[in-house]
Ligand binder design. Structure first.
Ligand code: SAM
Length: 253
């Protein structure tokens, strides 16, 4: 893998030991259902063509997002800095649907230019030097390719409280995205779409998660619809949402 930066080494060490996310998982179990459906729709459309080359960075979500979401054949590669994260991810896949798992630093992707049609990563850019990583992502993406990321934002008051109460669920180096990070991404790429999620949905799903194990409820759906309206008509409130999905399209040549 070559020489790792101190930041990457720290991330590797922490994820090789493992974070304490049990309480976090319990409280958050009802989060994200409706926005996830919307994200899946982007994947479904893009993967409706045979033989896409897909790269997942820092993760383990290819099963749900690629294999369970398309009946076409694709080539999937999944990289992570942590051996343990890779080993745990492998367990989720059937024998016939195995990505190529490679231990690799996302800051320095060991792939040729224009290797992938799609690159995605969830909750990981904010652990990294995201500018460096995004330049690498842009390099390995084919013209006409798409990159999708989901990242936390830093100004949501409920998320700030949760972060304060659950320090063991986080690494030292992760920094939720601020407004200027999003502006910077828009400066780097000419075609960026941002989708803001979880302003009202976040507390609603958090409270409902204490009592019921159902993500697909009317309360949460109402919150989700209201969040969409707020994001659309009151853009000055977007900074207070908990999460952003970043969709980058690379110009076709
Ligand atoms: C918050 S976890 C997100 C995991 C998964 N994407 C998910 O949504 O559950 C961050 C992941 O990024 C990985 N990671 C951190 N630094 C990395 C780096 N420099 N290169 C590749 N992966 C990295 C960690 O090992 C960890 O698996």
């Amino acid at each position: 893998m070559g020489q790792l930066s101190n930041r990457s080494k720290r991330e590797q060490e922490i994820y090789d030991i493992g974070l304490d996310r049990q309480i976090w998982k319990k409280f958050f179990r009802n989060q994200g259902h409706f926005e996830n459906q919307r994200r899946l729709e982007i994947f479904r459309k893009f993967l409706d063509v045979e033989n896409r080359e897909v790269l997942e960075i820092g993760g383990s979500m290819s099963k749900a997002y690629v294999y369970d979401n398309s009946n076409k054949k694709h080539s999937v590669t999944c990289i992570n800095i942590s051996d343990k994260e890779l080993a745990e991810s492998k367990r989720d896949y059937s024998r016939s649907q195995q990505p190529l798992f490679i231990q690799m630093d996302a800051h320095k992707l060991d792939f040729d230019d224009s290797s992938f049609d799609m690159v995605f990563g969830f909750g990981m850019l904010h652990h990294l030097d995201y500018e460096k990583t995004l330049f690498e992502v842009n390099r390995v993406l084919k013209p006409g390719g798409i990159a999708i990321f989901k990242e936390p934002l830093d100004e949501n008051p409920v998320a700030q409280l949760v972060r304060f109460l659950t320090p063991k669920a986080r690494t030292h180096d992760e920094i939720p995205f601020r407004r200027h990070d999003l502006e910077k991404i828009k400066d780097i790429f000419s075609n960026v779409e941002l989708q803001f999620d979880q302003l009202l949905t976040f507390p609603i799903a958090l409270i409902s998660g204490l009592f019921i194990r159902d993500k697909d409820t009317k309360f949460i759906k109402v919150g989700f619809n209201m969040d969409n309206l707020i994001s659309r008509y009151l853009p000055f409130l977007r900074r207070y949402f908990r999460q952003v999905t970043i969709v980058i399209k690379k110009e076709a040549e």
